[in-house]
Write a protein that binds this ligand. Structure first.
Ligand code: BGC
Length: 246
C-alpha cells in the first residue's frame, strides 16, 4: 500500500509517501517547521502543506506526540495544550481531504522498527524509546503493541523523566554525550525494574549518533539503536493504516 506518512514533532511536521510493503520512502521527505507550542490551526496547515506538496489523494497516517485513543487526542506532551480532547483524525481529515489514521508517534515508530528495523522478528518483550523533545515509548510483546504506553512520563524527582533525560534536555543543558548517558542509565534502570524488557531500542534523532553514547549505556537488556533512524516516525505513521485494521 502507498500511504502518506506524517511524523508530528515538537518543532516540525515531516512527511513522505511510504511503501508499506518495503518500508521505503517513495520520495524525499518534506518538512514544515512549526512554532512551539504549535496551535491546532498551525498544525492543520502544516499537514495540509505536506499533502499538497505531494499532491496526495490517498490515505494519510500521522504519528502524534500525545495519547491517541481511537480518533481522539488525550494528554499531549510538548506540542501544545489546545490539542487536548480534540478529534485529531477529523481535524487532519479536513485539512488533507484524505482518509486519515492517527497514532501515538512513538507507537508508530515502534511499529516501523518491529517490522523493518532493529526489532524485526523479535518475539520477546521490546521497549522502544524515542529521544527527542520528549521521551516517547512503545511496548511490544510477541510482536503485539501495547498502545499509548507513556513511559517518558514516569516521574523522577517530581518531574516526568522526559524533562531529565530527553535529547532536548541534553542540548539545552549542553551536556556531553557521557553526561547525558548517565541520565539515560538512571532512566533505563527504572524502566528495567518496571518492565524487564529483553530488548531496548533507542530511537529518535539521537539514534544516528549511537557511536557517541552507546558505549556509556549500561543495562541488563540488549540495547540497540533504531535502524530506521528518524524515518521510523514517517514509515510507522504509514503503518498505522495496516495496524489499525488488525
Ligand atoms: C508524549 C508522548 C510522545 C513523546 C514523544 C511525550 O511528551 O507524552 O505521547 O510519544 O513525547 O513525542
Amino acid at each position: 500500500m502507498k500511504i502518506l506518512g506524517i511524523d508530528i514533532g515538537g518543532s516540525a511536521f515531516k512527511g513522505a509517501p511510504v511503501d508499506t510493503k518495503t518500508g521505503k520512502l517513495l520520495a524525499e521527505r518534506h518538512r514544515v517547521e512549526v512554532a512551539s507550542p504549535c496551535t491546532t490551526a498551525q498544525g492543520v496547515a502544516a499537514a495540509r502543506e505536506i499533502a499538497r506538496h505531494f499532491n496526495w489523494k490517498g490515505p494519510v497516517g500521522l504519528g502524534f506526540p500525545g495519547i491517541v485513543v481511537g480518533d481522539k487526542i488525550g494528554a499531549v506532551g510538548n506540542l501544545g495544550d489546545n490539542w487536548v480532547n480534540q478529534n485529531g483524525a477529523a481535524l487532519f481529515r479536513r485539512a488533507t481531504r484524505c482518509p486519515v489514521k492517527l497514532y501515538n508517534d512513538a507507537d508508530a515508530a515502534g511499529l516501523a522498527e518491529m517490522k523493518f528495523g532493529a526489532g524485526r522478528g523479535n518475539q520477546g518483550s521490546v521497549l522502544m524509546l524515542t529521544f527527542g523533545t520528549g521521551i516517547g515509548s512503545a511496548l511490544f510483546y510477541r510482536g503485539q503493541l501495547f498502545p499509548n504506553a507513556e513511559m517518558g512520563w514516569v516521574p523522577w524527582r517530581g518531574k516526568p523523566f522526559e524533562r531529565f533525560a530527553s535529547a532536548a534536555v541534553r542540548k539545552r543543558l549542553d551536556l556531553s554525550w557521557e553526561e547525558w548517558a548517565v541520565r539515560v542509565n538512571t532512566y533505563l534502570a527504572v524502566m528495567e525494574r518496571i518492565l524487564s524488557p529483553d530488548l531496548i531500542i533507542i530511537g529518535g534523532g539521537v539514534s544516528k549518533k549511537s557511536d557517541e553514547f552507546l558505549k556509556f549505556i549500561k543495562a541488563h537488556a540488549k540495547v540497540v539503536p533504531a535502524k530506521m533512524h528518524n524515518e521510523a516516525g514517517i514509515v510507522g505513521a504509514a503503518l498505522a493504516w495496516e495496524h489499525a485494521g488488525k
